[in-house]
Every structure is written in structure tokens, then in C-alpha cells.
Design a binder for this molecule. Structure first.
Ligand code: TRP
Length: 336
């Protein structure tokens, strides 16, 4: 059986929160256990430099994200788990792809266009003010990440669909000019995948400052859950589960039976304080062991680094022959 190659990357600029866990980490780890797929999962640290010039933050985020995935049960023997910057072949491929990528294609990238638009609306003289070449050409680097391993399926959020189309476009251009080297990748958008609301009821996101950190202390988790916005209904008054961030967050961690039970408790007028207590106990119960493992890994990170090095070795074993072929196709080769 040939396995389907599934690949995804996580930009190392943040510390994982509950929304990342329910929406991305947990489903990716579950998917990686299937035996009809081969998973590549990597820390996109070169992507971090596109938007973040704070070395401490990039370092801390890389460490925390790696520790989180391992603590949540990612099995590095089953998955190729690596750090982008450990695979120099990706950057070599990046340049080759840059040379077949039309500039006009990058001009159309949403992220770039949005920044230009902001400058124009702000009456800046230079519409490209504050925009680096890294940001402009970022879809090429993302294409290199994907094409380097001939990934077939790439699970991403909706905001990344255009980048996958660009990766297909760039792969097609290369294949057309130099000969078949790359598989055209497809985005996988999990329609059903969970988008968790944050403390204020909007989508949980770093940019809204409404997140619940995944592995803070138990006390902080409790405090965060207590801050989830509710309404002024008194104990005993029926509450609407379908208009409740607390209920939605609880649901992301519950079986259908547990959800039905909570729904009943809402309808019977459970007090908000009581509901929050139940939700905390429930989520904490699922995270406690993982949190402990996370703290151990963060305190003695040698294991993380060794795991990433072993992952890099596996990844490079795959990248090297493909890069060699690609270079040969372009005429970059030993003199004979
Ligand atoms: N750009 C992606 C994001 O912001 C992260 C990423 C980088 C990625 N390279 C990738 C995702 C390759 C999938 C495949 O979410």
C-alpha cells in the first residue's frame, strides 16, 4: 500500500492555546496514527522571521510548540517531526522555485495585498512601506516546504487556501519547464474542525487577546475559565447552551453523552459559577497528565532537541534525492 503523504507546518511565533489544541494539534495527532498516511509535521521557524524579529520569542515559541506536540502524544517514530531550519535543502529549493515563480503571482497574494491596501488607505507615499521581501515571497517558501516532500495533502486553515493554489501553480511551472519533479499538493480544509470561541465569545485567537493558554498552571486555567463571558441570568433560570462560549468550549472536550448532560444542566438553570467549575474540572482532567509531561520537557529540553535532530535526519534522507534530481533538471550539476 502506498501511503498518502500529509504535511503541515506551524509557524513558531506563539505559545499554544486551547483553540490550537482542539482545532489543530489533537486532530493532527489523531490523523498521524492512521496507517494509510505518512505524516510530516514541522516547526516553521523560517516563517516566524517573516513577522517576528524578536529572537527570544522565536526561540521560546519553537521550544514550547515542540514540547506541546510531544506532550500531547505525537509519536516521533511514526511521524517525521522536524524543524524547518534543520533542512537546508528546503532553502535551496526555495531559490529554484523563486526563479520559476511569476512575480505577478506574488502580487496577488492576499496577505501582501492587504498590507499594500493599508498603506494606500493610510496615504503612505510608498505602498510597499514596511513590507519585506520575506513577506512578499512567503508563498514560495511555503511551496518549497510542501514540494520538498511531494506532499499530497496539506491540512490548513481557510486563510491558507490561496497559498496551496500558488504551490500547485509553481510546481506545475517547474514540471512544465524542466520536466516532472513535483506532485501537485491539495489543501485539506477540515470544515468540521473546531474553531473554539475565546474568553469574549469571538474566535479564540492571539490577535484578539482572548486565549486560554493550553499548559499554564492549573490555577491559571481555572482563572481563565472563570473569565469566559457569560450573561446576567441567575441560578435557577434556564440558560441557552447554543449561545454560550462556555458550552462550546466544554463541547470541544466532550463525548455526545457528556454534551447532552450539560445541555440539560443549562436548561435546568445551572448557576454560571457551578457550570464553570464543572468545565474546569472536566478540561483539567484531560490536560493534567499532558501538562506534567510538558513541564518536564520544558525543564530538560535535551529530549526535544534530540528528537528534532532525529527527525531532521529522516526528513533530509527524503529531501536530498529529490533536490539532487531537481538541480540536475535545471543544469546545476557536476561537470562531466
Ligand atoms: N503558513 C502556515 C500558517 O501560517 C504555516 C506553514 C508554513 C505551513 N509552511 C507550511 C502550513 C507548509 C502547511 C504547509 O499557518
Amino acid at each position: 500500500m502506498t501511503k498518502e503523504i500529509v504535511l503541515t507546518g506551524i509557524t513558531t511565533t506563539g505559545i499554544p492555546h486551547l483553540g490550537n489544541y482542539a482545532g489543530a494539534i489533537r486532530p493532527a495527532i489523531e490523523a498521524s496514527l492512521r496507517d494509510d498516511v505518512e505524516s510530516f509535521l514541522f516547526l516553521a521557524d523560517y516563517h516566524a522571521l517573516i513577522k517576528c524579529h524578536e529572537p527570544e520569542r522565536v526561540k521560546e515559541s519553537t521550544k514550547a510548540i515542540a514540547a506541546t506536540w510531544l506532550a500531547c502524544g505525537l509519536n516521533p517514530d511514526q511521524v517525521t517531526f522536524y524543524r524547518q531550519s534543520d533542512i537546508p535543502e528546503i532553502l535551496e529549493l526555495n531559490w529554484i522555485l523563486t526563479c520559476v515563480c511569476a512575480k505577478g503571482l506574488m502580487n496577488r497574494a492576499h496577505a501582501y495585498k492587504a498590507l499594500v491596501q493599508e498603506n494606500v488607505e493610510g496615504n503612505e507615499v510608498d505602498p510597499d512601506k514596511g513590507i519585506t521581501m520575506g513577506l512578499f515571497a512567503y508563498p514560495v517558501l511555503m511551496s518549497a516546504d510542501i514540494l520538498m516532500f511531494n506532499a499530497q495533502k496539506v491540512p490548513v486553515g481557510k486563510d491558507q487556501i490561496q497559498h496551496l493554489e500558488m504551490a500547485r501553480d509553481i510546481a506545475g511551472r517547474f514540471n512544465h519547464i524542466f520536466g516532472q519533479a513535483f506532485t501537485l499538493p491539495e489543501a485539506v480544509i477540515e470544515e468540521s474542525s473546531m474553531i473554539l470561541p475565546g474568553l469574549d465569545g469571538r474566535k479564540m485567537s492571539k490577535s484578539y487577546n482572548n486565549t486560554i493558554p493550553l499548559f499554564e498552571t492549573e490555577k491559571k486555567l481555572k482563572k481563565s475559565i472563570n473569565k469566559i463571558k457569560t450573561n446576567l441570568l441567575e441560578p435557577g433560570e434556564p440558560k441557552d447552551p447554543d449561545d454560550s462560549a462556555l458550552f462550546e468550549i466544554y463541547s470541544a472536550f466532550s463525548t455526545p453523552e457528556q454534551i447532552a448532560e450539560m445541555r440539560k444542566a443549562y436548561e435546568e438553570g445551572i448557576a454560571w459559577g457551578e457550570a464553570k467549575k464543572v468545565v474546569f474540572e472536566h478540561i483539567n482532567g484531560q490536560l493534567a497528565e499532558k501538562r506534567e509531561r510538558y513541564n518536564e520537557l520544558m525543564a530538560s529540553p535535551t529530549y526535544i532537541e534530540e528528537t528534532l535532530q532525529a527527525g531532521a535526519e529522516k526528513a533530509r534522507a527524503r529531501a536530498t534525492p529529490l533536490l539532487k534530481k531537481v538541480k540536475e533538471l535545471t543544469g546545476i550539476t557536476a561537470i562531466k
